[in-house]
Ligand binder design. Structure first.
Ligand code: BGC
Length: 927
């Protein structure tokens, strides 16, 4: 009996202990909630036109080993219902799943112009449920084309005042078109939503109020294939009674700023499609649409505008209160019904372009009487705000440049034909402020002429303009030069994002050149949250594909360059792979795959004897032999086109095979792999010189590509690598000799074969050619040319990103040790293998993955090495701590082999490898 009682007591105690522990865990689990809710990668997006948008959340928890085992999503049509726990649109129920990103909406079919309110909770690995997240929302756009009742309106050139003939010679700068109408609202309104597309660029006003804060909107596209429209909830701007709506249209790329040299696509005169949907309290609804009842004027204050040449604004011609009711528009003409641009209407599922920053001048000088030059201290893309007081008719002229001449005046030679001039005509009287709407400049210096009197420091303010993207990561290290280069890259990338990635923001070009970004873009993902932007650009590529499979070199193909080279169009195959690794974006892959496969087959059809000779641009911008040259003339410095084309096609075919495997298309996988095998054979047969362990002339890039893509004959890799190292260290005294193609792989390929110090030597040079040389010569961004300070200005931008190559990828993935694992992508599993290189003493990096913040910080002091890492909840990592013996490794002061949540895996290549779950860890190795 006694013993039974004893047994019962033990049981009871055990139960109590378990209950207490469960309570403790439950308490902790309740502390962890889901946050940073996103829909299609965006926070609370408006106008989503994807039928089943993808949702994601981040689990906020610092507990070690936190993981989700199930989730529940509620999507409701009102905030009240969501609050009461009713998911009338979707109640997923408890879904046993570890997925916390890329979760497709699976609820009721969504109607157009609805707001969906949602929240999520999750269960941890002990079965505890979290609290509900804070609510988030998305709204839908126009889901079916038939719902558009609006008509395209505008003013075709040559048909009225302010219209210029369609054939106007370059530069082409129409005045802005102003469109307006008034409309009554007879009943109380419950909701008003506007969807509109004002091409090329537009701003919308309702009752005198600017709607939205995006600029240079909508996103760029080939308007014959795709037209982006913008959606806004305007419930608070519409009122019962009389209302007025107005739109101002700029030229953008729709009415192209140039037509020739090279041939440029143009799409017609600016035009508008707008539909304002009014929902009344009584359940009825109405639409106000663009049609020929609208009034239009081309005689407003924006006398001329285009992106390259600037905007001319005459404040005397302002239409005061033009977007309010009662404005007298009798002198305006009726808007014309005009042809639709042709493309499908789509929501731009990307963050819009906005003014994202400001610069006060660092200094101002007066190199000539009446000519004032402001230095904003940073090369960037945007424009200036002008403050001026004077008399009516006085004109202030602003011009923009990246550099100054020795005499302190602007250096404009590298802008080619771009006039980069904003002209402001004063109305006179009080202080006037002006910011252009429909132009963009790439500059650090601003020249002001015609200013009444002497402009003070406040007369000018720089406005940074570009895609309004969240920063994704931070990097700093003990080498100040590398930190400076890193900052220059950040500014370079920032200045070249504007709904597409461009080559440069300043001269008469500004195109989405594919080759520049092929693998370089992977590094950009650590700087900015650019996944939606790049997914959009891949769509632009698919849109631009010709029926025969050809993809152009520039997308959108405003310059229709269908050269059928491999390296530039190869971007269509390469970028989806990076998005698959970084974000597990399978849907993008599904969408892009047919275009990728068609392009691969098209390229393969041109292969002869297992060699592709399709190359147009060579290893663009390898360092030339003479300071004034743009391109080298020395055959010894160049990499043969067929090596570039064959190696890239090989790589793209292997990627194609990987995609086919992911998507379950075995016949494609086999076909692509077989063609790739042939190309490897072809490359080695034709170009590999075994006696010299080099390809062809032994240029750096001719070694880099076969090494990076694993094409080198079995057993020869160390010799080819040694050749590459010699090329850099011996022949070029520790400098690179590659152009933009080789540069996209060089640092990683060296480091992964144990030559990280060579990569570091190149990355920290201050002499020509190097990124450090640019820094020491005053660059605040990255130049187009290694010799950007001395080369022919015909092609010499001061703000390009192509020569960044794989530097940023290398800094994050290799040096800091934050890399995705292809097998468990999106950093679900992280490969954390920091590489102490050169004389680096410390590195600190962080990256905001879709699962949450990952960080890695290492320091070394003699033989002692410390590594602090953070792994977000629902993710795991393999961490490699440099150490020859695991016995010398501790974690938070304990032997690492006994530390909580740390599992020793193996000794590998001079490091002890551990498996960890989420949380923060402090490893230390050495004495
Ligand atoms: C662009 C580059 C581009 C190249 C290709 C240049 O004008 O600025 O970024 O890759 O042309 O030809």
């Amino acid at each position: 009996m006694g013993s039974v009682c004893q047994a019962e007591r033990v049981k009871l105690k055990t139960r109590q202990a378990i209950a207490a522990a469960a309570f403790l865990w439950a308490g902790l689990a309740l502390g962890a909630t889901a946050g940073a809710l996103s829909c299609e990668y965006l926070a609370d997006p408006e106008g989503v036109d994807v039928a089943a948008p993808r949702l994601g959340w981040v689990i906020n928890s610092s507990r070690r080993g936190e993981a989700q085992t199930a989730y529940q999503v509620l999507v409701a049509s009102t905030p009240q219902m969501l609050d009461r726990g009713i998911g009338d649109l979707w109640n997923s129920g408890k879904v046993e799943s570890t997925d916390s990103i890329q979760v497709s909406y699976q609820g009721q079919p969504l109607g157009s112009l609805r707001t969906c309110y949602w929240k999520v909770c999750f269960w941890d690995q002990w079965g505890n449920a979290s609290a509900w997240s804070k609510p988030a929302q998305w709204s839908t756009g126009m889901l079916t084309p038939g719902e558009w009742k609006a008509k395209w309106i505008g003013l075709d050139p040559g048909t009225g005042p302010g219209g210029a003939p369609a054939s106007a010679a370059s530069p082409r700068r129409l005045g802005a078109r102003w469109l307006r109408r008034e409309f009554p609202v007879g009943k109380p309104i419950s909701r008003a939503t506007v969807c509109y597309s004002g091409l090329g660029w537009s701003e919308l006003y309702l009752n005198g109020r600017r709607i939205g804060n995006e600029v240079l909107s909508p996103a760029l596209s080939d308007y014959r294939r795709r037209v982006f429209y913008v959606t806004h909830d305007v419930s608070s701007a519409v009122r019962q009674g009389a209302n007025a709506i107005g739109v101002v249209l700029g030229n953008g790329r729709f009415y192209a700023p140039r037509l020739d040299n090279p041939k440029t696509e143009t799409f017609g005169a600016p035009k508008l499609l707008l539909q304002l949907h009014l929902e009344y309290d009584d359940g009825s609804s109405d639409d106000v649409v663009s049609d020929d009842s609208w009034k239009l004027s081309a005689d407003g204050p924006i006398v001329a505008n285009n992106e390259y040449d600037g905007e001319e604004y005459d404040a005397r011609r302002e239409f005061v209160d033009w977007s309010k009711t009662g404005f007298r528009d009798a002198a305006w003409q009726q808007a014309q019904l005009v042809a639709a641009p042709g493309g499908a209407l789509c929501a731009p599922m990307i963050d819009p372009i906005r003014v994202t920053g400001a610069f006060k001048p660092m200094s101002v000088s007066e190199p000539k009487p009446g000519m004032f030059v402001y230095d904003l201290g940073q090369n960037f893309a945007g424009w200036c705000l002008l403050r001026v007081k004077g008399t009516s008719g006085q004109q202030v002229r602003l011009r923009f440049a990246e550099r100054l001449r020795d005499d302190g005046t602007l250096y404009l030679d590298n802008l080619r034909s771009a006039k980069v001039t904003d002209l402001y005509t004063l109305k006179g009287g009080d202080l006037e402020t002006y910011e252009p709407r429909f132009t963009l400049h790439g500059f650090r210096y601003v020249e002001v002429t015609g200013y009444p009197g002497t402009p003070g420091p406040d007369a000018i303010e720089g406005r940074v303009v570009g895609d309004d993207l969240e920063r994704a990561g931070e990097f700093s290290c003990s080498n100040e030069l590398l930190n400076r280069i890193y900052r220059n890259v950040v500014w370079g990338v920032r200045g070249n994002y504007r709904s597409i990635p461009t080559d440069c923001p300043q001269r008469d070009e500004r195109q989405g050149w594919l080759g520049d970004r092929a693998a370089e873009s992977r590094g950009e993902a650590y700087l900015f949250r650019n996944n939606a932007l790049y997914a959009k650009w891949v769509q632009d590529m698919a849109d631009a594909q010709r029926d025969d499979g050809a993809v152009p070199d520039v997308c959108p193909a405003y310059w229709p360059l269908y050269n059928d080279s491999v390296t530039w169009p190869g971007c269509i195959a390469i970028i989806p792979g990076a998005l698959l690794d970084q974000d597990a974006d399978r849907r993008l892959l599904e969408r892009a795959y047919p275009a990728i496969a068609r392009w691969l087959d098209h390229q393969v059809s041109m292969v002869k004897d297992n060699i592709s000779a399709r190359d147009t641009y060579a290893d663009w911008c390898e360092p030339p032999e003479s300071p004034a040259l743009i391109h080298s003339k020395d055959p010894a410095r160049k990499t043969a086109g067929p090596i570039l084309a064959t190696a890239y096609l090989y790589h793209c075919l292997r990627l194609g095979a990987r995609y086919a495997r992911v998507l379950g298309i075995p016949e494609d996988e086999k076909r692509f792999d077989a063609r790739a095998d042939g190309l490897r054979q072809g490359l080695n047969d034709r170009f590999y010189k075994k006696d010299l362990a080099q390809y062809d002339n032994g240029s750096a890039t001719s070694s880099i590509l076969p090494l990076a893509f694993d094409m080198v004959p079995a057993g020869e890799r160390p010799r080819v690598m040694a050749h590459l190292v010699d090329k850099i260290m011996r022949d070029n005294n520790g400098h690179g000799s590659h152009g933009l193609v080789g540069g996209q792989w060089v640092n990683r390929v060296l480091t992964r074969d144990g030559h990280g110090d060579v990569a570091y030597t190149m990355a920290t040079q201050t002499t020509y050619p190097s990124l450090g040389y640019m820094v020491t010569h005053g660059a605040t961004t990255i130049w187009e040319l290694w010799n950007g300070d001395t080369a022919d200005p015909a092609m010499n931008s001061g703000n390009h990103v192509m020569l960044v190559g794989d530097l940023i990828t290398w800094l994050y993935e290799d040096v800091a040790g934050i890399a995705p694992d292809e097998d468990r992508p999106a950093f679900r599993h992280i490969l954390m293998r920091p590489t102490p290189v050169g004389d680096l003493k410390s590195v600190k990096a962080s990256y905001r993955s879709l699962y949450g913040l990952i960080s890695s910080e290492w320091k070394r002091d003699g033989a002692a090495f410390s590594l602090d890492v953070t792994v977000p909840a629902n993710a795991t990592a393999t961490v490699y701590v440099p150490a020859n013996d695991v016995a010398t490794v501790t974690e938070s002061g304990k032997p690492a082999t006994q530390a909580d949540g740390v599992r020793f895996l193996r000794q590998e290549g001079g490091a002890a490898a551990f498996e960890i779950g989420s949380g923060a860890y402090h490893f230390r190795s050495g004495p």
